[in-house]
Design a protein around this ligand. Structure first.
Ligand SMILES: *Cc1c(COP(=O)(O)O)cnc(C)c1O
Length: 423
């Protein structure tokens, strides 16, 4: 029993029913097809009091996801990631109630598994055999894994600078991968994906707006889980690393659904975090740009946060509106701040994140310095991707471990030289 009422184009307002198997708006104006649910029907069957008996994946919220029949679900156990109370980090930052939503625990190591679990399930429901994506790496790796699980063919265009951890995943999951050279501001991976969709009719499965209306439903479940894990309380602020602003919008949509259904009665302030080397969305926020006319970044991205390199925030329109509705804001952080956040996350809380995955924490640290967070507030930081995704960055910044002869003498020497500790 599907709970989707219809899909509506965010640009032209055209309505599609799910039976039409819509993927992109036919008018070609690159609007996003926003999914509208039948909340009354959902209320009749979905009982938040009975969730504890359900599966410990994001599919525990099945009625709030677009798949029409459970038989189409392609799952690797994504979601229901821990919400960790960060005591040592909180103490260091002077906060009382800090939580980390650890998305590194997802099957392929990033929250993109939520997106691609939904997207591939819909491809299966619609009968597609070939899927194509444009991605900085994580969404492609997730698509490749879910494609493998469903027996569907995956084509992936990634930037030539994508982290090797992600390329390695893609190759082993059996995707056909292409590293595309990036010399102009326009994202060349999106260009290639669009060419292939137009020419060969593949199912477009990137992790952003106008090309794939279903994936954005995955990150909704992050908001559901945070609410449920906090005992049906809404946090005060949620920090979200932002590229295309699809994650941000998805998380907003989750809180929106629970508000409409009456399970909660307010929103957390959503905070979008971008690197200073590519911040078209945060710039749009700072400059109060018209949500429908966000200016793309003028140059190729320059940041170690390779998961946040979208020069055009495809879901920025909805993302900006989410900031307005929730009284949220945008924060930009430098690569050095991201590295510091990576170190603190790993050394104080035992969570190893890639730069994009730690950007949310860097944003919180910046917001604290700017006085935007009160120490008594309940703050949730999304930690979105695993540190092993990008071993090159790690080596460049953390260096290597000293090689020693198996002797105490050598150990003492290396200990002194590398770690500054006298044994
Ligand atoms: C994709 C990604 C993001 C940003 O998500 P958007 O929807 O592009 O804003 C953040 N962190 C990681 C690790 C990602 O892979």
């Amino acid at each position: 029993m599907p709970f989707v009422k219809y899909l509506k184009c965010s640009r032209c307002g055209r309505i599609y029913r799910l039976e039409e198997k819509p993927v992109m708006c036919k008018t070609g104006d690159l609007g996003r097809l926003d999914i509208v649910y039948d909340y009354e029907a959902i209320k009749e069957v979905f009982d938040p009091g009975k969730l504890s008996g359900r599966e410990t994946t994001m599919w525990r919220y099945y009625e709030l996801l677009p798949v029409s029949d459970r038989k189409y679900i392609v799952s690797l156990g994504e979601g229901w990631t821990p919400l960790i109370k960060a005591k040592r980090l909180a103490e260091k930052l002077g906060l009382r109630n800090l939580y980390l939503k650890d998305e590194t625990r997802n099957p392929t190591g990033s929250f993109k598994d939520r997106c691609m679990s939904v997207s591939v399930s819909m491809a299966l429901e619609f009968g597609y055999k070939r899927l194509v994506t444009a991605s900085s790496g994580n969404a492609a790796a997730a698509l490749a894994a879910y494609g493998a699980r469903a027996g569907l063919e995956v084509y992936a265009f990634v930037p030539d600078f994508a982290g090797y951890g992600k390329i390695a995943q893609l190759l082993f999951y059996g995707a056909k991968v292409f590293r595309v050279k990036w010399s102009e501001a326009e994202d060349p991976t999106v260009k290639m994906m669009r060419l292939v969709v137009e020419k060969y009719g593949f199912y477009p499965s990137p992790s952003f707006g106008p090309f794939n209306p279903y994936q954005i439903e995955g990150p909704k479940t992050i908001a559901f889980e945070i609410t449920e894990q906090l005992g049906w309380r809404v946090p005060d602020q949620v920090f979200v690393p932002t590229g295309a602003a699809s994650l941000l919008t998805g998380v907003y949509n989750g809180f929106r659904d629970f508000n409409i259904l009456g399970y909660i009665d307010r929103y957390p302030r959503l905070v979008a975090v971008q690197p200073t080397g590519n911040m078209p969305f945060v710039r749009a926020w700072l400059e109060k740009q018209d949500p429908d006319k966000i200016r793309p970044w003028e140059k190729p991205p320059e940041t170690i946060a390779t998961g946040l390199e979208d020069t055009y925030p495809w879901d920025g329109d909805a993302g900006l509106r989410a900031l307005y509705t929730t009284n949220g804001y945008g924060v930009a952080v430098t690569d050095d701040e991201i590295l510091e956040a990576m170190r603190l996350l790993a050394s104080l809380e035992g969570i190893f994140a890639e730069p994009s995955g730690a950007a949310g924490l860097a944003g919180l640290m910046r917001a604290l310095r700017e006085g935007s967070v009160d120490r008594d507030e309940t703050v949730v930081v999304l930690v979105t991707g695993h540190g092993l995704k990008d071993p090159d960055i790690v080596k460049k910044t953390a260096g290597d471990a000293p090689v020693i002869e198996p002797s105490l003498e050598d150990l003492r020497k290396a200990m002194r030289e590398k770690y500054g500790v006298e044994l």
